[in-house]
Design a protein around this ligand. Structure first.
Ligand SMILES: Nc1ncnc2c1ncn2[C@@H]1O[C@H](COP(=O)(O)OP(=O)(O)O[C@H]2O[C@H](CO)[C@@H](O)[C@H](O)[C@H]2O)[C@@H](O)[C@H]1O
Length: 490
Protein backbone atom coordinates (compact mmCIF):
# COMPACT_ATOMS: atom_id res chain seq x y z
CA UNK A 1 0.00 0.00 0.00
CA UNK A 2 1.14 3.57 -0.64
CA UNK A 3 0.58 5.71 2.47
CA UNK A 4 1.30 9.41 2.92
CA UNK A 5 1.41 10.91 6.41
CA UNK A 6 0.73 14.66 6.48
CA UNK A 7 1.72 16.16 9.82
CA UNK A 8 3.09 19.27 11.49
CA UNK A 9 5.74 17.30 13.45
CA UNK A 10 8.05 14.31 13.04
CA UNK A 11 10.73 13.15 15.48
CA UNK A 12 13.51 14.00 15.73
CA UNK A 13 13.59 16.82 13.13
CA UNK A 14 10.50 18.73 14.21
CA UNK A 15 9.39 17.66 17.65
CA UNK A 16 7.30 19.53 20.19
CA UNK A 17 5.68 16.53 21.85
CA UNK A 18 4.29 13.04 21.42
CA UNK A 19 2.74 13.64 17.99
CA UNK A 20 6.26 13.77 16.53
CA UNK A 21 7.18 10.37 17.99
CA UNK A 22 3.98 8.85 16.63
CA UNK A 23 4.57 10.07 13.07
CA UNK A 24 8.09 8.64 13.06
CA UNK A 25 7.29 5.37 14.84
CA UNK A 26 4.10 4.53 12.95
CA UNK A 27 5.71 5.31 9.59
CA UNK A 28 8.66 3.08 10.39
CA UNK A 29 6.40 0.20 11.43
CA UNK A 30 4.30 0.52 8.26
CA UNK A 31 7.46 0.45 6.16
CA UNK A 32 8.78 -2.64 7.96
CA UNK A 33 5.53 -4.30 6.95
CA UNK A 34 6.26 -3.67 3.29
CA UNK A 35 4.33 -0.48 2.61
CA UNK A 36 5.61 2.59 0.80
CA UNK A 37 5.39 5.49 3.28
CA UNK A 38 6.10 9.17 2.71
CA UNK A 39 5.83 11.96 5.26
CA UNK A 40 5.00 15.54 4.27
CA UNK A 41 6.07 18.30 6.65
CA UNK A 42 6.52 22.08 6.55
CA UNK A 43 10.13 23.16 6.00
CA UNK A 44 10.61 25.00 9.29
CA UNK A 45 13.75 27.07 9.78
CA UNK A 46 14.05 25.72 13.35
CA UNK A 47 14.18 22.01 12.39
CA UNK A 48 17.06 19.79 13.44
CA UNK A 49 18.78 19.89 10.03
CA UNK A 50 21.56 17.73 11.48
CA UNK A 51 18.98 14.91 11.55
CA UNK A 52 18.16 15.11 7.82
CA UNK A 53 20.26 13.13 5.39
CA UNK A 54 20.60 13.96 1.70
CA UNK A 55 18.37 17.03 1.67
CA UNK A 56 17.72 17.98 -1.96
CA UNK A 57 15.17 19.79 -4.07
CA UNK A 58 12.38 17.49 -5.20
CA UNK A 59 10.16 20.03 -6.97
CA UNK A 60 11.57 23.48 -7.56
CA UNK A 61 8.41 25.26 -8.62
CA UNK A 62 5.13 24.38 -7.02
CA UNK A 63 2.43 27.03 -7.23
CA UNK A 64 -0.16 26.63 -4.49
CA UNK A 65 -3.51 28.41 -4.98
CA UNK A 66 -4.12 30.80 -2.09
CA UNK A 67 -6.96 33.34 -2.04
CA UNK A 68 -7.22 34.69 -5.60
CA UNK A 69 -3.61 34.11 -6.38
CA UNK A 70 -0.92 31.47 -5.77
CA UNK A 71 2.18 31.10 -3.59
CA UNK A 72 5.40 29.85 -5.06
CA UNK A 73 6.88 26.89 -3.12
CA UNK A 74 9.86 24.61 -3.34
CA UNK A 75 9.50 21.03 -2.14
CA UNK A 76 12.52 19.31 -0.65
CA UNK A 77 13.22 15.65 -0.01
CA UNK A 78 15.43 14.07 2.64
CA UNK A 79 15.80 11.01 4.86
CA UNK A 80 15.09 11.34 8.59
CA UNK A 81 16.67 8.30 10.18
CA UNK A 82 15.59 6.30 7.15
CA UNK A 83 12.11 7.78 6.76
CA UNK A 84 11.33 9.46 3.44
CA UNK A 85 10.25 13.02 4.09
CA UNK A 86 9.12 15.88 1.88
CA UNK A 87 9.40 19.42 3.20
CA UNK A 88 7.30 22.24 1.80
CA UNK A 89 8.95 25.64 1.65
CA UNK A 90 6.72 28.55 0.67
CA UNK A 91 8.34 31.69 -0.71
CA UNK A 92 5.98 34.39 0.40
CA UNK A 93 6.22 37.57 2.43
CA UNK A 94 4.34 35.89 5.32
CA UNK A 95 7.34 33.64 5.91
CA UNK A 96 4.99 30.94 7.19
CA UNK A 97 7.62 28.55 8.51
CA UNK A 98 10.62 30.81 9.10
CA UNK A 99 9.68 32.06 12.53
CA UNK A 100 12.18 30.36 14.83
CA UNK A 101 9.39 28.33 16.51
CA UNK A 102 6.95 25.66 15.39
CA UNK A 103 3.78 27.16 16.86
CA UNK A 104 2.50 30.10 18.84
CA UNK A 105 1.77 32.71 16.18
CA UNK A 106 -1.39 34.71 15.60
CA UNK A 107 -1.70 33.33 12.08
CA UNK A 108 -1.14 29.65 13.01
CA UNK A 109 -4.42 28.72 11.35
CA UNK A 110 -3.36 30.37 8.09
CA UNK A 111 0.06 28.73 8.27
CA UNK A 112 -1.34 25.23 8.57
CA UNK A 113 -4.33 25.76 6.28
CA UNK A 114 -1.74 26.73 3.70
CA UNK A 115 0.36 23.67 4.52
CA UNK A 116 -2.69 21.39 4.10
CA UNK A 117 -3.48 22.87 0.71
CA UNK A 118 0.18 22.76 -0.36
CA UNK A 119 0.58 19.09 0.60
CA UNK A 120 -2.35 18.10 -1.63
CA UNK A 121 -1.27 20.36 -4.46
CA UNK A 122 2.20 18.78 -4.32
CA UNK A 123 0.78 15.25 -4.53
CA UNK A 124 -1.46 16.24 -7.42
CA UNK A 125 1.28 17.94 -9.44
CA UNK A 126 3.89 15.28 -8.67
CA UNK A 127 1.49 12.52 -9.75
CA UNK A 128 1.46 10.91 -6.34
CA UNK A 129 -1.70 8.90 -5.77
CA UNK A 130 -1.54 7.36 -2.30
CA UNK A 131 -4.02 4.70 -1.30
CA UNK A 132 -4.21 6.34 2.11
CA UNK A 133 -3.62 9.90 3.24
CA UNK A 134 -3.26 9.89 7.02
CA UNK A 135 -3.38 13.31 8.64
CA UNK A 136 -3.11 14.43 12.23
CA UNK A 137 -4.61 17.01 14.60
CA UNK A 138 -6.21 20.37 13.82
CA UNK A 139 -3.28 21.53 11.71
CA UNK A 140 -4.21 19.11 8.93
CA UNK A 141 -7.97 18.96 9.52
CA UNK A 142 -8.56 20.66 6.16
CA UNK A 143 -6.78 17.90 4.24
CA UNK A 144 -9.76 15.47 4.13
CA UNK A 145 -12.08 18.39 3.29
CA UNK A 146 -9.92 19.56 0.40
CA UNK A 147 -9.30 16.00 -0.77
CA UNK A 148 -12.99 15.20 -1.01
CA UNK A 149 -14.23 18.57 -2.26
CA UNK A 150 -11.44 19.53 -4.66
CA UNK A 151 -8.64 17.06 -5.28
CA UNK A 152 -10.78 13.94 -5.75
CA UNK A 153 -12.28 15.69 -8.78
CA UNK A 154 -8.84 16.66 -10.07
CA UNK A 155 -7.57 13.08 -10.27
CA UNK A 156 -7.06 11.95 -6.68
CA UNK A 157 -10.37 10.12 -6.39
CA UNK A 158 -8.61 6.88 -5.43
CA UNK A 159 -7.13 8.23 -2.18
CA UNK A 160 -8.87 7.71 1.16
CA UNK A 161 -8.37 9.80 4.30
CA UNK A 162 -7.65 8.62 7.83
CA UNK A 163 -7.57 11.32 10.52
CA UNK A 164 -6.01 10.93 13.96
CA UNK A 165 -6.75 13.27 16.83
CA UNK A 166 -3.92 13.47 19.36
CA UNK A 167 -5.36 16.36 21.32
CA UNK A 168 -8.93 17.66 21.30
CA UNK A 169 -7.99 20.80 23.19
CA UNK A 170 -6.80 22.63 20.09
CA UNK A 171 -9.31 22.38 17.25
CA UNK A 172 -8.26 25.19 14.92
CA UNK A 173 -11.16 27.58 15.44
CA UNK A 174 -11.03 30.33 12.89
CA UNK A 175 -12.99 32.68 10.69
CA UNK A 176 -14.45 32.14 7.23
CA UNK A 177 -11.25 33.46 5.72
CA UNK A 178 -9.63 30.00 5.99
CA UNK A 179 -12.29 28.74 3.59
CA UNK A 180 -11.76 31.62 1.16
CA UNK A 181 -7.99 31.17 1.29
CA UNK A 182 -8.10 27.48 0.37
CA UNK A 183 -10.68 27.85 -2.39
CA UNK A 184 -13.68 26.53 -0.44
CA UNK A 185 -15.57 29.57 -1.62
CA UNK A 186 -19.11 28.20 -1.52
CA UNK A 187 -19.32 29.42 2.05
CA UNK A 188 -22.99 28.53 2.57
CA UNK A 189 -22.15 24.90 1.79
CA UNK A 190 -19.14 24.59 4.11
CA UNK A 191 -20.11 26.95 6.91
CA UNK A 192 -22.89 24.68 7.98
CA UNK A 193 -23.41 22.62 11.15
CA UNK A 194 -23.17 19.38 9.17
CA UNK A 195 -19.74 20.37 7.92
CA UNK A 196 -17.22 22.88 9.35
CA UNK A 197 -19.30 25.24 11.49
CA UNK A 198 -18.45 24.97 15.17
CA UNK A 199 -21.35 23.70 17.29
CA UNK A 200 -20.82 26.21 20.10
CA UNK A 201 -19.07 29.23 18.64
CA UNK A 202 -21.55 30.00 15.91
CA UNK A 203 -19.31 32.39 14.04
CA UNK A 204 -16.33 30.02 13.90
CA UNK A 205 -15.06 27.52 11.37
CA UNK A 206 -13.69 24.42 13.15
CA UNK A 207 -10.91 22.71 11.21
CA UNK A 208 -10.85 19.60 13.41
CA UNK A 209 -14.57 19.15 12.92
CA UNK A 210 -13.96 19.33 9.16
CA UNK A 211 -11.38 16.55 9.52
CA UNK A 212 -13.87 14.36 11.39
CA UNK A 213 -16.77 14.97 9.03
CA UNK A 214 -14.83 14.40 5.80
CA UNK A 215 -12.47 11.53 6.73
CA UNK A 216 -13.15 7.93 5.88
CA UNK A 217 -11.96 6.93 9.33
CA UNK A 218 -11.16 8.88 12.50
CA UNK A 219 -9.09 7.69 15.43
CA UNK A 220 -7.88 9.00 18.70
CA UNK A 221 -4.89 7.54 20.46
CA UNK A 222 -6.27 5.15 23.08
CA UNK A 223 -9.47 3.15 23.60
CA UNK A 224 -10.25 4.87 26.90
CA UNK A 225 -9.85 8.32 25.39
CA UNK A 226 -12.13 7.43 22.48
CA UNK A 227 -14.78 6.66 25.07
CA UNK A 228 -14.02 9.82 27.08
CA UNK A 229 -14.16 11.88 23.89
CA UNK A 230 -17.68 10.72 23.10
CA UNK A 231 -19.22 10.53 26.54
CA UNK A 232 -17.44 13.09 28.77
CA UNK A 233 -16.37 16.71 28.41
CA UNK A 234 -12.84 15.68 27.36
CA UNK A 235 -13.30 16.33 23.65
CA UNK A 236 -13.76 20.08 24.15
CA UNK A 237 -17.22 20.04 22.62
CA UNK A 238 -16.61 17.64 19.74
CA UNK A 239 -18.52 14.76 21.41
CA UNK A 240 -21.79 15.25 19.49
CA UNK A 241 -19.91 15.32 16.18
CA UNK A 242 -18.10 12.10 17.12
CA UNK A 243 -21.37 10.50 18.09
CA UNK A 244 -22.87 11.43 14.74
CA UNK A 245 -19.90 9.79 13.06
CA UNK A 246 -19.46 6.95 15.56
CA UNK A 247 -19.45 4.29 12.84
CA UNK A 248 -16.07 5.49 11.60
CA UNK A 249 -14.49 6.45 14.92
CA UNK A 250 -12.28 4.36 17.22
CA UNK A 251 -9.32 4.38 19.59
CA UNK A 252 -5.94 2.91 18.68
CA UNK A 253 -3.35 2.88 21.44
CA UNK A 254 -0.08 4.50 20.37
CA UNK A 255 3.15 2.57 20.43
CA UNK A 256 6.72 3.64 21.02
CA UNK A 257 9.68 2.89 18.82
CA UNK A 258 11.93 0.44 20.66
CA UNK A 259 14.80 1.20 18.29
CA UNK A 260 14.91 4.66 19.80
CA UNK A 261 13.49 4.13 23.29
CA UNK A 262 15.37 1.10 24.53
CA UNK A 263 17.93 1.09 27.37
CA UNK A 264 19.70 -1.91 25.84
CA UNK A 265 20.87 0.05 22.79
CA UNK A 266 20.36 3.73 23.71
CA UNK A 267 23.38 5.78 22.55
CA UNK A 268 22.39 8.73 24.77
CA UNK A 269 22.97 7.00 28.11
CA UNK A 270 26.35 6.17 29.63
CA UNK A 271 25.54 2.58 30.61
CA UNK A 272 23.14 0.28 28.71
CA UNK A 273 21.00 -2.21 30.58
CA UNK A 274 18.07 -4.59 30.38
CA UNK A 275 16.07 -6.80 32.74
CA UNK A 276 19.02 -9.17 33.17
CA UNK A 277 21.47 -6.34 33.82
CA UNK A 278 19.29 -4.05 35.87
CA UNK A 279 22.07 -3.04 38.25
CA UNK A 280 23.60 -1.03 35.42
CA UNK A 281 20.58 1.27 35.58
CA UNK A 282 22.12 2.72 38.71
CA UNK A 283 25.21 3.87 36.82
CA UNK A 284 22.80 6.08 34.91
CA UNK A 285 21.26 7.27 38.15
CA UNK A 286 24.68 8.46 39.29
CA UNK A 287 25.33 10.03 35.89
CA UNK A 288 22.03 11.88 36.12
CA UNK A 289 22.99 13.20 39.53
CA UNK A 290 26.35 14.31 38.20
CA UNK A 291 24.76 16.03 35.24
CA UNK A 292 22.13 17.88 37.28
CA UNK A 293 24.19 18.55 40.43
CA UNK A 294 22.06 16.39 42.71
CA UNK A 295 23.43 15.09 45.97
CA UNK A 296 24.57 11.45 46.01
CA UNK A 297 22.36 9.94 48.64
CA UNK A 298 20.29 6.82 49.31
CA UNK A 299 17.07 8.27 47.92
CA UNK A 300 14.77 7.53 44.99
CA UNK A 301 14.66 9.99 42.10
CA UNK A 302 11.20 10.96 40.89
CA UNK A 303 10.98 12.67 37.49
CA UNK A 304 8.63 14.63 35.29
CA UNK A 305 9.34 14.87 31.55
CA UNK A 306 6.90 16.61 29.27
CA UNK A 307 5.26 19.72 28.00
CA UNK A 308 4.23 22.03 30.82
CA UNK A 309 0.68 22.51 29.69
CA UNK A 310 -2.44 22.88 31.84
CA UNK A 311 -3.43 19.45 30.43
CA UNK A 312 -0.58 17.91 32.39
CA UNK A 313 -1.81 19.11 35.80
CA UNK A 314 0.68 21.92 36.37
CA UNK A 315 -0.36 22.53 39.99
CA UNK A 316 -0.20 18.84 40.76
CA UNK A 317 3.29 18.61 39.28
CA UNK A 318 4.37 21.50 41.52
CA UNK A 319 2.81 19.78 44.49
CA UNK A 320 4.56 16.52 43.64
CA UNK A 321 7.93 18.31 43.73
CA UNK A 322 7.39 19.53 47.29
CA UNK A 323 5.86 16.26 48.42
CA UNK A 324 8.89 14.36 47.11
CA UNK A 325 11.33 16.69 48.83
CA UNK A 326 9.44 16.41 52.15
CA UNK A 327 9.41 12.61 51.90
CA UNK A 328 13.05 11.75 51.32
CA UNK A 329 12.97 11.66 47.56
CA UNK A 330 14.80 13.68 44.92
CA UNK A 331 13.00 15.35 42.02
CA UNK A 332 14.04 16.10 38.45
CA UNK A 333 11.89 18.00 35.97
CA UNK A 334 12.45 18.52 32.24
CA UNK A 335 9.80 20.58 30.54
CA UNK A 336 8.93 23.67 28.59
CA UNK A 337 5.86 25.73 27.96
CA UNK A 338 4.85 28.24 25.32
CA UNK A 339 2.47 29.78 27.89
CA UNK A 340 4.25 32.72 29.59
CA UNK A 341 2.29 32.30 32.88
CA UNK A 342 3.17 28.63 33.24
CA UNK A 343 6.75 29.34 32.22
CA UNK A 344 7.04 32.09 34.82
CA UNK A 345 5.56 29.80 37.47
CA UNK A 346 8.27 27.19 36.88
CA UNK A 347 11.06 29.78 36.65
CA UNK A 348 9.92 31.06 40.07
CA UNK A 349 9.93 27.51 41.42
CA UNK A 350 13.38 26.94 39.96
CA UNK A 351 14.75 30.03 41.69
CA UNK A 352 13.03 29.05 44.92
CA UNK A 353 14.55 25.56 44.85
CA UNK A 354 17.89 26.61 43.49
CA UNK A 355 19.83 25.67 46.61
CA UNK A 356 18.16 22.32 47.14
CA UNK A 357 20.64 19.45 46.70
CA UNK A 358 17.70 17.12 45.97
CA UNK A 359 15.97 18.92 43.15
CA UNK A 360 16.68 20.13 39.63
CA UNK A 361 14.28 21.80 37.23
CA UNK A 362 15.51 21.98 33.64
CA UNK A 363 13.28 24.36 31.70
CA UNK A 364 13.68 23.83 27.99
CA UNK A 365 13.53 21.11 25.37
CA UNK A 366 16.38 18.60 25.40
CA UNK A 367 15.83 15.27 23.66
CA UNK A 368 19.20 13.79 24.71
CA UNK A 369 18.76 14.72 28.37
CA UNK A 370 15.30 13.15 28.36
CA UNK A 371 16.91 9.75 27.64
CA UNK A 372 19.20 10.10 30.65
CA UNK A 373 16.28 11.08 32.87
CA UNK A 374 14.21 8.08 31.81
CA UNK A 375 17.21 5.82 32.46
CA UNK A 376 18.43 7.40 35.69
CA UNK A 377 15.16 7.93 37.58
CA UNK A 378 13.31 5.46 39.78
CA UNK A 379 9.80 6.80 39.21
CA UNK A 380 8.04 9.20 36.88
CA UNK A 381 4.92 11.20 37.69
CA UNK A 382 2.05 12.11 35.32
CA UNK A 383 -0.86 13.74 37.14
CA UNK A 384 -2.59 14.67 33.86
CA UNK A 385 -6.06 16.23 33.89
CA UNK A 386 -6.59 14.53 30.55
CA UNK A 387 -4.19 12.36 28.55
CA UNK A 388 -5.24 11.04 25.13
CA UNK A 389 -2.52 8.39 25.27
CA UNK A 390 0.76 9.51 26.82
CA UNK A 391 4.08 8.21 25.60
CA UNK A 392 6.10 9.27 28.63
CA UNK A 393 4.76 6.47 30.82
CA UNK A 394 5.37 3.88 28.10
CA UNK A 395 8.96 5.07 27.63
CA UNK A 396 9.45 5.07 31.42
CA UNK A 397 8.20 1.47 31.67
CA UNK A 398 10.75 0.34 29.10
CA UNK A 399 13.52 2.06 31.10
CA UNK A 400 12.47 0.42 34.37
CA UNK A 401 11.17 3.69 35.78
CA UNK A 402 7.94 3.14 37.68
CA UNK A 403 5.07 5.37 36.49
CA UNK A 404 2.80 7.12 38.99
CA UNK A 405 -0.18 8.28 36.96
CA UNK A 406 -3.69 9.59 37.16
CA UNK A 407 -6.33 7.15 35.94
CA UNK A 408 -7.30 8.91 32.74
CA UNK A 409 -7.13 8.28 28.97
CA UNK A 410 -4.23 6.19 27.74
CA UNK A 411 -2.66 6.19 31.21
CA UNK A 412 -5.53 3.98 32.32
CA UNK A 413 -4.91 1.62 29.40
CA UNK A 414 -1.19 1.19 30.07
CA UNK A 415 -0.44 1.49 33.82
CA UNK A 416 -1.84 -1.00 36.32
CA UNK A 417 -1.69 -0.28 40.04
CA UNK A 418 0.55 -2.38 42.22
CA UNK A 419 -2.02 -2.66 45.02
CA UNK A 420 -5.44 -2.16 43.48
CA UNK A 421 -5.36 -3.47 39.91
CA UNK A 422 -7.45 -6.50 39.00
CA UNK A 423 -4.57 -7.73 36.85
CA UNK A 424 -2.31 -10.57 38.01
CA UNK A 425 0.79 -9.45 39.94
CA UNK A 426 3.12 -9.95 36.94
CA UNK A 427 1.09 -7.42 34.95
CA UNK A 428 1.03 -4.71 37.60
CA UNK A 429 3.55 -2.08 36.66
CA UNK A 430 3.03 1.19 38.53
CA UNK A 431 0.81 3.37 40.69
CA UNK A 432 -2.52 4.84 39.72
CA UNK A 433 -4.66 7.47 41.46
CA UNK A 434 -8.04 8.94 40.61
CA UNK A 435 -8.59 12.40 42.08
CA UNK A 436 -7.14 15.39 40.26
CA UNK A 437 -6.07 16.86 43.58
CA UNK A 438 -3.15 16.93 46.00
CA UNK A 439 -4.57 14.07 48.05
CA UNK A 440 -4.67 11.83 44.98
CA UNK A 441 -1.05 12.60 44.08
CA UNK A 442 0.08 12.06 47.65
CA UNK A 443 -1.72 8.75 48.05
CA UNK A 444 0.12 7.22 45.11
CA UNK A 445 3.50 8.86 45.77
CA UNK A 446 3.35 7.77 49.38
CA UNK A 447 2.86 4.12 48.40
CA UNK A 448 5.60 4.25 45.76
CA UNK A 449 8.21 5.87 48.01
CA UNK A 450 7.34 3.52 50.87
CA UNK A 451 7.80 0.45 48.67
CA UNK A 452 11.16 1.75 47.43
CA UNK A 453 12.46 2.14 50.99
CA UNK A 454 10.75 -0.75 52.73
CA UNK A 455 10.49 -3.53 50.16
CA UNK A 456 13.25 -2.94 47.60
CA UNK A 457 12.88 -6.45 46.20
CA UNK A 458 9.20 -5.89 45.51
CA UNK A 459 10.02 -2.54 43.96
CA UNK A 460 12.55 -4.24 41.71
CA UNK A 461 9.94 -6.77 40.65
CA UNK A 462 7.56 -3.96 39.78
CA UNK A 463 10.35 -2.47 37.67
CA UNK A 464 10.86 -5.72 35.75
CA UNK A 465 7.11 -6.09 35.16
CA UNK A 466 7.16 -2.70 33.46
CA UNK A 467 10.23 -3.55 31.40
CA UNK A 468 8.49 -6.72 30.17
CA UNK A 469 5.47 -4.86 28.75
CA UNK A 470 5.21 -4.68 24.98
CA UNK A 471 4.13 -1.20 23.96
CA UNK A 472 5.91 -1.36 20.62
CA UNK A 473 4.29 -0.32 17.34
CA UNK A 474 3.74 -3.96 16.41
CA UNK A 475 0.10 -4.17 17.45
CA UNK A 476 -1.00 -0.60 16.70
CA UNK A 477 0.79 -0.85 13.34
CA UNK A 478 -1.45 -3.78 12.46
CA UNK A 479 -4.50 -1.95 13.81
CA UNK A 480 -3.84 0.97 11.48
CA UNK A 481 -3.24 -1.36 8.53
CA UNK A 482 -6.60 -2.99 9.24
CA UNK A 483 -8.24 0.44 9.21
CA UNK A 484 -6.48 1.41 5.97
CA UNK A 485 -7.51 -1.87 4.37
CA UNK A 486 -11.09 -1.32 5.52
CA UNK A 487 -11.41 2.14 3.95
CA UNK A 488 -9.18 1.60 0.96
CA UNK A 489 -10.63 2.12 -2.48
CA UNK A 490 -10.97 -1.37 -3.91
N1 LIG B 1 11.09 19.45 27.42
C1 LIG B 1 11.25 18.29 26.79
N2 LIG B 1 12.47 17.84 26.47
C2 LIG B 1 12.62 16.66 25.83
N3 LIG B 1 11.61 15.85 25.49
C3 LIG B 1 10.38 16.25 25.79
C4 LIG B 1 10.12 17.47 26.46
N4 LIG B 1 8.78 17.61 26.63
C5 LIG B 1 8.22 16.52 26.09
N5 LIG B 1 9.17 15.69 25.60
C6 LIG B 1 8.95 14.41 24.91
O1 LIG B 1 7.73 14.54 24.16
C7 LIG B 1 7.00 13.32 24.23
C8 LIG B 1 5.74 13.56 25.04
O2 LIG B 1 4.78 12.73 24.59
P1 LIG B 1 3.35 12.51 25.30
O3 LIG B 1 2.61 11.60 24.42
O4 LIG B 1 3.56 12.01 26.68
O5 LIG B 1 2.68 13.94 25.41
P2 LIG B 1 2.09 15.10 24.44
O6 LIG B 1 1.11 15.80 25.30
O7 LIG B 1 3.20 15.90 23.88
O8 LIG B 1 1.36 14.37 23.23
C9 LIG B 1 0.01 14.38 22.72
O9 LIG B 1 0.05 13.45 21.63
C10 LIG B 1 0.54 12.18 22.01
C11 LIG B 1 0.68 11.35 20.75
O10 LIG B 1 -0.53 10.88 20.29
C12 LIG B 1 -0.35 11.54 23.06
O11 LIG B 1 0.29 10.37 23.50
C13 LIG B 1 -0.57 12.50 24.24
O12 LIG B 1 -1.51 11.96 25.15
C14 LIG B 1 -1.03 13.85 23.71
O13 LIG B 1 -1.22 14.77 24.78
C15 LIG B 1 7.91 12.31 24.90
O14 LIG B 1 8.72 11.70 23.91
C16 LIG B 1 8.77 13.20 25.81
O15 LIG B 1 9.97 12.60 26.14
Amino acid sequence: MYIVQIAPECAPVAKVGGLADVIFGLSRELEIRGNEVHIILPKYDCMRYDQIWGLQVSMRDLWVPWYNSAIHCTVWFGFVQGRKCFFIEPHSPENFFNRGHFYGFQDDVSRFAFFSKAALEFMLKDNRRPDIIHCHDWQTGLVPVLLFEQYAHAGMGGSRACYTIHNFKHQGLTGEYALWATGLTNIAHYFNYDRLRDNFNHTAVNLMKGGVVYSNFVTTVSPTHSHEARFTDQSSGLGPVLNTHQGKFGGVLNGIDYDIWNPEIDPHIPERYGIETLDSKYVNKEALRDRLWLKKDYKPIIAYVGRLDSQKGVNLISHAIFYALRNNAQFVLLGSSPDPHINQHFWNLKRHLNDSPDCHLELGFDEELSHLIYAGSDMIIMPSLFEPCGLTQMIALKYGTVPIVREVGGLKDTVFDKDYSHKPWEERNGYVFQGADNAGVESAMHRAIALWYTYPDDFRQLVTHGMSCDYSWCRPGQDYLNIYEHIRCK
